[in-house]
Structures are given as structure tokens and as C-alpha cells.
Design a protein around this ligand. Structure first.
Ligand code: GUN
Ligand code: ZN
Length: 441
């Protein structure tokens, strides 16, 4: 037939509710022997294999994943593709780390060929880790954005990305101007925003590297359409925060710097948000913006411990997603990131992150936070078919430990504590198997 039809069989999990506002187990649907029917990149039906097997059209072969766990693809809400080559760089905290490692590498992205090679490697790395959507920083060079979206479009991935805006406190070869940044972003929005599955994010790096004029321009762009994203960094590091205070002495807070420029609202994603006050969280709640919790990065740079349960206080909950923040982050894996988020939750307060909550943050919760929950983040009819197939026995240790698991919560916790790219057996994007783990001896 002319339609692209596929069928997956196996155990799957998906969210029917928010595990932060109900008993976690009640928010998760587990289908022990499930069938997921896909047509033209969208899930048409899903449920028990026995109930749905008759619906599989003749001639369509069923891809069977026995002894696996199928989830909606993971969503990474904060990551820098140009920093792939600087992951695991020793010895500095944020501001020195940017100067010493990040800026020299980002300068290389003036070359479209270099940008394309790294974009390709980066997207492969996401897929190897079961990540199917990400909010991605490019560099100041428009070519870096073009290269990224071109590669994403080839794979059919739903990606959010944008050109970094920097007009001060950065090397000569990495600065634009307020006007140039505006014009280049506008052109990229016209070309890429909503082109197939691609989405654009206005990307002022952070308050230190943009003048008030540039932040104003970013705000104007953000409001030029009603479904654009905005991404930047917020309150990550003590030295950074002190510097922002000297640059914007009239502002009430770091968040206020962005708010006064029109950069705070739905679809605005703030990376880190570690050093927050109660009124900051209240402002995030009131304005429906989103925070990206990046635990591996925050540990690697010694930035601090994100207060997840304060942010998500049910009296004034703030949207939160998980971010790997490569290259300050140390793993592409959202499984590893969930595992570190659990450890950070113990350091930051009394409440412990539950495994089901962690998986929600990496899938359905992130989709809600990004206002994309009508498209991605769950396994349900009408949703885009982005799926990740996990192998609970990927290593001898995982096989041994997961055999002991008495509940789904237990299994998910072991996966997030011990799992990583090795646990990803296959990744489906837009109804196609785009990654299949090589068989090991
Ligand atoms: N703040 C401004 N730029 C960056 C960056 O590239 N990485 C991190 N972790 N923080 C930042
Ligand atoms: Zn970042």
C-alpha cells in the first residue's frame, strides 16, 4: 500500500497522568504484551496484543521485541550540539570552562562542513541513547543551524534548535550584533520553524553575553509568532550570578533581566535554575515557563543542586524537564541523567525522586512542559511514533539485577541507575526504526 504501516509488539509503558500529583503507580499504564500500530509516522492504535492483533493489515509484519520495555522516545530539554567535542574537559567551573574549552570549539562552526559532521555525529548519539526530541543550542553562526536542521530533517526527528545570540563578553569571532542576530534569526525562523518536524528556539546564550538591546531583539522575535521557543541559561553558578548583577544593576533578579526583555512565558526554557528564590519559582509558575534540570552538568561543573521538589511544589508547580547539557553534562543518556537526578534530589531536600516520576520528566512531563504533549511524549493514538526500546538485560549486571525486580517501579529504578546507551535496543522515529543496537558477542 502507499501508506507507511508498521506494528510493534512488546511490553510498553506510557503515562496517563502526572506522577507528581498522584500516587506514581496510578500515573503509569503498563501493557505487558502490547501492540502499537503505526501509519505514516503516527500511532493509530495501541493496547493489548490479543485485542489488537486482528487490526494488523495483511502483509504488514510485526516487529516483535520480547523481553523488552518500549517507552515513548526520551526528550532532552537542554543540550549543545557544538559541544560534542568538548565533553569531558578537565578542571574548571562555568565561566572559565566556557573561555578555555567551549568558545574555541564553537568558533570552528563557521565551517558548514565541520558543522554538518558534528551535527550528524550528535544526532546519531541522541538516537543511540533513545532520545528522539531535544532542545538544542547551535552556535552564533547561522550555518551551524542550517547544518543541524538539515541533518535532523533527513532523520525525520522532531528537534527544537536555534542560533546562539552573543553580542558581548565573547571572543570577536563568536559575536554578532543585536541587529545582525535579529536578522539572521528571523531568516532561520522563516526557513525552519514548522518545516516538517523542525521547531525554532530564539537562543540568547545568557544575560552575560547579550546586551540589553540584544535581549530586547530576542524578546521581539519570541513574540513574532505564537509557537516559537526561547532557550537560555539561568542562575547556574555563583560567579555568573554576581556578574549578571553588575551588568544589570537595576533588575530585581536574574530572571527579571529576561522578563523585562519579554523572554519569560510559555515555551521559554531556562537551563539549570539552581540558585533560585521562592519568588523566582513563583514567577516561573505564574508565567508558565520551563526549567531544564541538568544534573550531570551541575555535578561536573560543581554548579550546585537543583531543588526539584521546591520547583515542582504542588502549591505553585513549575514546568520541569531533564537536560543532558552536553558538553558540560557527562552523558547523552536520559537514563543516566535520571539516575543522577535521583542522587541530586537526595542532596537538595527531603523528597526522593521516584523512578516513575523520573521517567515522566524524561517523556510525558517534558512534552507537557514544551507544549508538545499533543504530539510526543506518550504512546497513544494520534501521537507521533517516536519510540525507544529498552533492554532490561543489556549487561550481565543488569540481567542479574532486573531479574530480581518485583515491580515496574523497581525495574525502572534499576534501569535509570545502571542503564545507559547499552540499554537501548532500538529507537523509532516518525514510525521508522532509525537505530538498531548492534548485536554483541
Ligand atoms: N551558560 C552560558 N553558556 C553555557 C554553556 O554553554 N553551558 C553551560 N552549562 N552553561 C552556560
Ligand atoms: Zn547549557
Amino acid at each position: 500500500s502507499s501508506s507507511r504501516t508498521a506494528a510493534l509488539r512488546g511490553r510498553f509503558v506510557t503515562f496517563t497522568g502526572n506522577p507528581f500529583t498522584m500516587p506514581p503507580e496510578d500515573a503509569l499504564h503498563v501493557e505487558e504484551d502490547g501492540l502499537i500500530l503505526i501509519e505514516n509516522g503516527k500511532i493509530t492504535q495501541c493496547g493489548a496484543y490479543d485485542a489488537l492483533r486482528a487490526q494488523v493489515p495483511e502483509g504488514v509484519s510485526i516487529t516483535h521485541y520480547p523481553d523488552s520495555l518500549i517507552s515513548a522516545g526520551f526528550i532532552d530539554t537542554h543540550v549543545h550540539y557544538p559541544q560534542l567535542p568538548v565533553i569531558a574537559s578537565w578542571g574548571e567551573q562555568l565561566l572559565e570552562w566556557l573561555q578555555q574549552y567551549v568558545f574555541p570549539t564553537e568558533a570552528k562552526f563557521s565551517s558548514p562542513e565541520f558543522a554538518q559532521a558534528i551535527a550528524r555525529a550528535f544526532l546519531q548519539e541522541l538516537l543511540r541513547n533513545g532520545t528522539t526530541t531535544a532542545a538544542v543550542y547551535c552556535t552564533v553562526h547561522p550555518e551551524s543551524v542550517t547544518a543541524f536542521f538539515q541533518e535532523s530533517e533527513k532523520l525525520g526527528t522532531r528537534m527544537i534548535a536555534g542560533k546562539v545570540l552573543m553580542d558581548r563578553n565573547a571572543p570577536d569571532n563568536l559575536r554578532d550584533t543585536a541587529q545582525q542576530g535579529f536578522d539572521e534569526s528571523q531568516k532561520l525562523i522563516e526557513t525552519w520553524h514548522n518545516k516538517g518536524r523542525q521547531l525554532y528556539a530564539i537562543t540568547p546564550r545568557f544575560a552575560i553575553t547579550s546586551t540589553p538591546e540584544q535581549l530586547e531583539c530576542a524578546g521581539a522575535l519570541f513574540h513574532s509568532r505564537d509557537d516559537l521557543f526561547m532557550q537560555t541559561h539561568l542562575a547556574e553558578n555563583e560567579d555568573e550570578i554576581a556578574f549578571v548583577k553588575t551588568l544589570f544593576p537595576d533588575r530585581a533578579s536574574y530572571l527579571d533581566v529576561y522578563d523585562k526583555a519579554g523572554l519569560v512565558g510559555p515555551r521559554a526554557i531556562f537551563g539549570h535554575a539552581i540558585h533560585m528564590h521562592e519568588h523566582d519559582f513563583q514567577q516561573c509558575h505564574d508565567t508558565h515557563c520551563t526549567l531544564a534540570h541538568c544534573p550531570t552538568s551541575n555535578l561536573f561543573l560543581g554548579s550546585g543542586a537543583f531543588r526539584l521538589f521546591d520547583a515542582m511544589d504542588p502549591r505553585r508547580p513549575v514546568n520541569v524537564g531533564l537536560g543532558t547539557d552536553i558538553g558540560a553534562g557527562t552523558s547523552f543518556s536520559l537514563l543516566s541523567t535520571m539516575g543522577e537526578a535521583y542522587k541530586v534530589s537526595l542532596m537538595a531536600g527531603k523528597q526522593r525522586l521516584h523512578a516513575i516520576q523520573a521517567f515522566w520528566l524524561a517523556t510525558a512531563g517534558a512534552a507537557q512542559a514544551l507544549h508538545l504533549d499533543d504530539k510526543i511524549g506518550t504512546i497513544a493514538p494520534g501521537m507521533e511514533a517516536d519510540l525507544c526500546v529498552l533492554d532490561p538485560a543489556a549487561t550481565p549486571l543488569l540481567a542479574l539485577r532486573t531479574k530480581e525486580c518485583a515491580s515496574m517501579a523497581d525495574l525502572l529504578f534499576v534501569l535509570m541507575t545502571l542503564g545507559d546507551d547499552r540499554s537501548v535496543k532500538a529507537t523509532w522515529v516518525d514510525g521508522r526504526p532509525v537505530y538498531v543496537r548492534p548485536e554483541t558477542a
